[in-house]
Design a protein around this ligand. Structure first.
Ligand SMILES: Nc1ncnc2c1ncn2[C@@H]1O[C@H](COP(=O)(O)OP(=O)(O)OP(=O)(O)O)[C@@H](O)[C@H]1O
Length: 223
């Protein structure tokens, strides 16, 4: 697959914001060099502007491994990744600092992203409102519930308005109201031409996705 020439279904001459071709990955287990577990056996996928795609697979099928390779947090054994936009990544386990409040996290991440104070203020207001956790603005991370921590995790990935948002099991800890808010947010991003890749071991609402891929036997198979 060539990221610059392949057209999305129904689209002509668009460039994917993220493309993976022939991704392979194995992990070594134990001390013996021969004991390797081949997890990915040639994963191909492309994410187009304005698309919401689901990558679905059973526990242990390699979803988080794909995600980490896509964001560059883990090297692949073989294959290529092409990225053409700003990436936002929301890992399965929130990476936060226990002693910092939600507001302090936003400040820290906004500075790391190089955002202006005005952009930070606007983005913070929008995210707190969209996910409904403004009342926890001054609460330390170690005092947040699991669901609110998941909202902070998602909010921090969304802060710089990335072209591509990669979410690893994003709604596992959400209550129903937050689940619906989450999908509103995803729909807004799609309308704005942003792309979202969601990985999960289950998909309850297939119609909310533009496409689904099943991760099976180390490959991503269109459903
Ligand atoms: N760092 C590692 N070292 C060795 N094996 C690993 C490592 N990370 C993952 N694995 C193995 O690779 C396989 C795929 O793991 P991965 O976490 O990518 O799957 P997953 O589909 O995200 O699973 P889950 O749905 O349970 O989160 C599993 O068998 C796991 O034990």
């Amino acid at each position: 697959m060539n990221a610059s020439t392949v057209a999305a279904p129904g689209q002509v001459r668009t460039v994917p914001v993220l493309a993976a071709e022939g991704i392979e990955k194995s992990y070594r287990h134990g001390m013996w060099p021969g004991r390797r577990q081949q997890v990915l056996r040639g994963v191909d996928l492309a994410l187009w502007p304005g698309e919401v795609v689901g990558l679905v697979g059973e526990n242990g099928s390699g979803k988080s491994t794909v995600m980490k390779i896509l964001v560059g947090a883990l090297p692949a054994d073989a294959g290529t990744i092409t990225r053409s936009g700003r990436m936002g990544y929301c890992p399965q386990e929130p990476v936060v600092y226990e002693r910092l409040t939600c507001d302090e996290h936003v400040e820290l991440f906004a500075r790391a992203y190089g955002m202006s104070q005005e952009a930070e203020r606007r983005s913070r207001r929008e995210l707190y409102a969209a996910l409904g956790f403004e009342r926890y603005a001054s609460t330390r991370a170690d005092q947040l519930s699991g669901g609110t921590l998941a909202k902070l995790n998602l909010g921090l990935a969304l802060l710089p308005d990335p072209d591509v948002l990669l979410l690893d099991e994003p709604y596992a800890g959400f209550d129903w109201d937050t689940y619906l808010k989450f999908w509103q947010l995803v729909a807004q991003r799609r309308e704005a031409g942003r792309s979202v890749l969601i990985i999960s071991h289950f998909v309850a609402d297939e119609q909310r996705f533009d496409r689904l891929l099943d991760l099976r036997a180390g490959k991503a198979v269109p459903r």
